[in-house]
Design a protein around this ligand. Sequence first.
Ligand code: URA
Length: 434
Amino acid sequence: MNILDIIEKKRDKKELTKEEIEYFVKGYTDGSISDYQAAALVMAIFINGMSKKETTDLTIAMAHSGEILDLSKLNKIIVDKHSTGGVGDKVSIILLPLVASVGVPVAKMSGRGLGFTGGTVDKLESIPGYQTGVDIHNFVKNVENIGISIISQTLNLAPADKKIYALRDSISCVESIPLIASSIMSKKIASGAQKIVLDVTVGSGAFMENIENAEKLSREMIEIGKLSNRETICVLTNMDEPLGYSVGNSLEVIEAIKFLKGEMIEDVSQVVLELGAYMLKLSGIGNDINKNKKLLLENIQNGKGYNKFLELVKNQGGDISYIENTEKFTKAKYIEPIYSDKKGYLKEINAKEVGKIAGNLGAGRIKKEDKIDSSVGIILNKKVGDKIEKNEIIAYIHANQKEKLETAKKQLKNIILIVPTKVEKLQSIIKVIK
Ligand code: URA
């Protein structure tokens, strides 16, 4: 077997065998297949797609490219959560300590930013001292001791996905159903999840821009879950505008902390409670979704969710004084408001464009090796459907360089659409697919 024949086959729209997919995954992981050959194959997959069988074979091969974590010694059902990516998506930072506070063990391997979307690991690393690179032994020990650990993909878990994920990011091959499905499900299988709740985002700030493709992606992941004996539920959520008000790493962590302290924002709240209620259901806590939501709400009101977050940060080496007093987070050098030039209702603020503007300010990476600037980003003052007066503040830009600030101001103004007639608020939960 050789990689040239495999590239040629996919280029010519033919179905790859299980053995050919395994050959590619093994060879790319051990370095015997080069980046440029892998890039050619990934681009051919992006353009020509994969059959369901190929996607499943790719998932299983990536899951088995490293260790498969055995969490059976925890003697509890492990329910994992993952998002297909979004802008302003701080859901994991709120939801995971919250469900852990109800007694659902959380062993979560998160990702870094991809394309115009942010990543939970980059966000958590804006907390001084927080270690995302924890070894397997300590990862499991943390879950045993305090019921939660959130780490990066530094362990030898699905190393093939780690390489292919970074490659896809650098060659514009992210928005592909087989590549997203296999990336997410391989990580979940490798990290020992028995049940899985997926946040499948839909809209301008998501990799799936319409409901039809989001449903297709969901069904593929549910099917892979069935074949690997892991019950999977997908919640389709709206990502046409950024989630919540903040976009940018420490800015989102601050919003998440405030949420856990009781300052709940409507759209974030809907997504957190819906996903959380299904996590509780799959873990065996209760089948009544509304009751589960109440349980989660209670743990926000009584501070148990917030206390679990403090415990998580402390356990992973983070400085909890930043959580207790968010004023301690380093602020950007320039914080400048954007004013509306007319009165009316906010009709649109394109999430993908907001993600790109925040990325250009330094909140994301253009190249793999770029360093993240945690303090920069955008804080919105208005959401779609809100009434706006002339000269009212619509958003604040947080920047560390004058030139980038000026560019961001122009770009942000261009994507804000205000209309004279009333606009409906966006519904956060689109549908649940089981
Ligand atoms: N999240 C992942 O883990 N992988 C993808 O491909 C997209 C989002």
